[in-house]
Design a protein around this ligand. Structure first.
Ligand SMILES: Cc1cc2nc3c(=O)[nH]c(=O)nc-3n(C[C@H](O)[C@H](O)[C@H](O)COP(=O)(O)OP(=O)(O)OC[C@H]3O[C@@H](n4cnc5c(N)ncnc54)[C@H](O)[C@@H]3O)c2cc1C
Length: 345
């Protein structure tokens, strides 16, 4: 393969690493810059759900983009094989009060999707400890999961094996490379270089990890909460605090979240937990900015809101196509960074 361009990737989160691996596989000479420790970003904090169905059903911002979310999910088996990221394909269930669950079911139908009704006896197997108040659930096989911390480590290892170099300092520009990929999450420090970053707003999220509590066999989605497995036990997520960019955990914000988790799984009450917080970057339409900036030589991979892990392989593929001047595929136009400035990019 002939050598592709030299590329600096700013940011070693899910988007930066996925892009770096795709770029290296496309023959580029890649260096990833990030001053933060490997897990100190939104990607390291995340629950790791790859959830096109329940994201579209439960989040009206994501709803119009079900097809794109599904397409991104479908790229994950390739990244699983390429980078050794383990995927949990058990699926996810929605559980809640009859009226709320009825609305979920109606939304599933409106979106042309299917969910299987699970009776209580089955629920005791897939979500042991679930409150007896809930006597049914809706199950989809389409929503998967990964363990975010181990997935980040696997992506980083795959990048290193593919020849990607890492520098633990900020990128202040292309750092001598022919192209700069900006994958800086919610950070705004490169906005002068890439003006489209000004379209991003921060959404802080809290998540609680309860060591020792037995995790459900599949993700449980409830009203304003989810309970899923984590490396050391149960994960309860996640708050959405629009406009807040401070990543420090705030126990007051986590209390109502934990209370909603306890409604689903009463045994979680009073268990010690470790609180995490991360800052997602969001655009006005909820989709990321991926592709050429109007700044020459700059490609963006930012703004994935609450679906950065889900979208990572799609983002990586589009970034690599842009840098190597290949066809970026059918979803690139919807993610074009210039779409909020009324310009083609
Ligand atoms: C609580 C919570 C739960 C979530 N759960 C899920 C989930 O279940 N599923 C899902 O798909 N998504 C989830 N998300 C969203 C997901 O985590 C984000 O969309 C995704 O991590 C964004 O990845 P990123 O690479 O864009 O940014 P980040 O992971 O934030 O990485 C950006 C990196 O850029 C670095 N950086 C900043 N400035 C510079 C610079 N100048 N030079 C070099 N590096 C720089 C930062 O240090 C950082 O490491 C969740 C988010 C939160 C907060």
């Amino acid at each position: 393969m002939s050598r592709g361009p030299t590329v600096t990737v700013a940011g070693a989160g899910a988007l930066g690493l996925s892009a770096a691996l795709a770029l290296a596989d496309a023959g580029c000479v890649v260096t990833v810059f990030d001053p933060a420790p490997p897990l100190a970003n939104a990607s390291g904090v995340a629950a790791g759900m790859l959830a096109p169905v329940f994201e579209a059903v439960l989040d009206e911002v994501a709803r119009p983009d079900l097809d794109l979310l599904m397409a991104a999910r479908d790229l994950w088996p390739g990244l699983e094989a390429r980078a050794g990221v383990r995927l949990d394909r058990a699926g996810a269930v929605a559980v809640g009060a009859p009226r709320w669950l009825g609305e979920v079911q109606a939304q599933i139908v409106r979106l042309g999707l299917h969910a299987t009704e699970l009776p209580r006896a089955t629920l005791d197997e897939v979500a042991a400890g679930l409150s007896p108040v809930f006597d049914r659930a809706l199950w989809t096989r389409e929503d998967w999961r990964l363990e975010a911390e181990t997935a980040l480590a696997a992506l980083r290892a795959a990048c290193a094996a593919a020849g990607v170099a890492f520098r633990d300092e900020p990128a202040r520009g292309a750092m001598g490379a022919e192209r700069l990929v900006v994958a800086t999450g919610a950070a705004q420090d490169l906005t002068e270089l890439a003006p489209e970053l000004a379209a991003l707003t921060p959404i802080k999220g809290h998540i609680a990890r309860l060591a020792g509590a037995p995790p459900p066999a599949m993700t449980v989605r409830g009203e304003g909460v989810y309970v899923t497995a984590g490396a050391a036990g149960v994960v309860v997520g996640a708050t959405m605090e629009a406009g807040v960019a401070d990543p420090a955990p705030d126990p007051a914000q986590a209390e109502p979240l934990l209370a909603r988790g306890v409604k689903l799984f009463p045994d979680l009450k009073g268990r010690p937990h470790q609180l995490g917080a991360g800052v997602r970057a969001a655009t006005p339409d909820g989709l990321p900015l991926v592709g050429f900036s109007r700044a020459p030589g700059v490609v963006l991979a930012v703004g994935a809101r609450r679906n950065g892990w889900l979208l990572a392989p799609l983002v990586g593929r589009i970034v690599a196509a842009c840098v190597t001047e290949r066809e970026p595929g059918p979803y690139a136009a919807r993610l074009a960074p210039g779409r909020f400035a009324g310009e083609a990019s």
